[in-house]
Design a protein around this ligand. Structure first.
Ligand code: PGA
Length: 253
C-alpha cells in the first residue's frame, strides 16, 4: 500500500459521454462497491448530470467535479457556467486546462490561470492539466512546455495544497499509447520541482496525477513511482467495472 502524506487520487473524466441513465447506474454501482480507504475517488461527469449524481453520492466518499468553468461570476457569457453554479449543483472540484480545452477550444494558460483563481475563490478545488504534444516531445521541448504550462497556469494563484495537477502528455490521451512509468515519473518530478519554485514546500503536499491511456493493467506500475499520486482516466473510466479495477490495482501498491 502506498504510504506517505499524499493520498492517492483516481479521477474519472467522462468527457462528453454516457447517457443520464448510464451515469446514474455507474454511480450506484460505485457506491455499492467497497472502495479502498487510502484512495480518493472522483467523477467528472457532463455538467448536466451533476445535480442528480450529487444526490446519489451524498454521504459517500465519492467526490464530484465539473470538466470546465468560466471565470466570471455571472453576466452576458452565453453558454458558460460559473464556479458558484457548479458548486450549487454539488461539485467540489473542476478540471482546468485539459488538453482538449487547450487544443480544440483554444484556451491559453492565461485563461486557465483565471479559471483556477475563480474556482479557488468559490472554494472549488482545481485539477489543473499540463502536458506536451508529440511534436514538442520529439523536438526535445517537453520540459520547457511543462515549465511554461505549470508556471503560467498557477501564476497569480494563491499557494494551495489542495490543488491537484495532472500530467497528461497529449500524445497519450485516447491513443492507447501510455508514457512509460520512467518518463511519467521524470515529468511529474519535474512538475513538482516547478511547483516548489513557485510555492516552496507546499510542493510536497500537492497531488500530481498521470493521465493518458491509463488502464487496469498499467496502473500498478505507474503508481509504484514515488512522485505519481494517482491517475486521471478517460476511456477506461466509462465502464464501472474497469474504473473500479483501476482503483483497486492502483491502491494496492
Ligand atoms: P484517456 O484520457 O484515459 O482516454 O487517454 C485521459 C484524459 O483525457 O484525461
Amino acid at each position: 500500500m502506498k504510504t506517505g502524506a499524499r493520498r492517492s487520487v483516481f479521477a474519472a473524466n467522462w468527457k462528453m459521454n454516457l447517457s443520464d441513465q448510464e451515469a446514474e447506474g455507474f454511480l450506484r454501482e460505485l457506491r455499492a462497491a467497497k472502495l479502498p480507504d487510502n484512495a480518493e475517488v472522483l467523477i467528472f461527469p457532463p455538467v448536466l448530470y451533476l445535480t442528480r449524481l450529487a444526490e446519489l453520492a451524498r454521504g459517500s466518499a465519492i467526490g464530484l467535479g465539473a470538466q470546465n468553468i468560466y471565470w466570471e461570476r455571472s453576466g452576458a457569457f452565453t453558454g458558460e457556467i460559473s464556479a458558484s453554479m457548479i458548486r450549487a449543483a454539488g461539485a467540489q472540484l473542476v478540471i482546468c486546462g485539459h488538453s482538449e480545452r487547450r487544443h480544440i477550444f483554444g484556451e491559453s494558460s492565461e485563461m486557465i490561470s483565471r479559471k483556477v483563481r475563480a474556482a479557488q475563490n468559490e472554494g472549488i478545488v482545481p485539477l489543473v492539466c499540463v502536458g506536451e504534444t508529440l511534436e514538442e516531445r520529439e523536438a526535445g521541448e517537453a520540459f520547457e512546455v511543462l515549465q511554461s504550462d505549470t508556471m503560467s497556469s498557477l501564476a497569480a494563484v494563491e499557494p494551495d495544497q489542495s490543488i491537484i495537477i495532472a500530467y497528461e502528455p497529449v500524445w497519450a490521451i485516447g491513443t492507447g499509447l501510455t508514457a512509460t512509468p520512467k518518463d511519467a515519473e521524470e515529468a511529474i518530478a519535474y512538475i513538482r520541482s516547478q511547483v516548489r519554485e513557485l510555492w516552496g514546500d507546499i510542493a510536497d503536499e500537492i497531488r500530481i496525477l498521470y493521465g493518458g491511456s491509463v488502464r487496469a493493467d498499467n496502473i500498478a506500475e505507474l503508481m509504484s513511482c514515488a512522485n505519481i499520486d494517482g491517475a486521471l482516466i478517460g476511456g477506461a473510466s466509462l465502464n464501472p467495472t474497469s474504473f473500479l479495477q483501476i482503483i483497486i490495482n492502483g491502491s494496492n501498491i
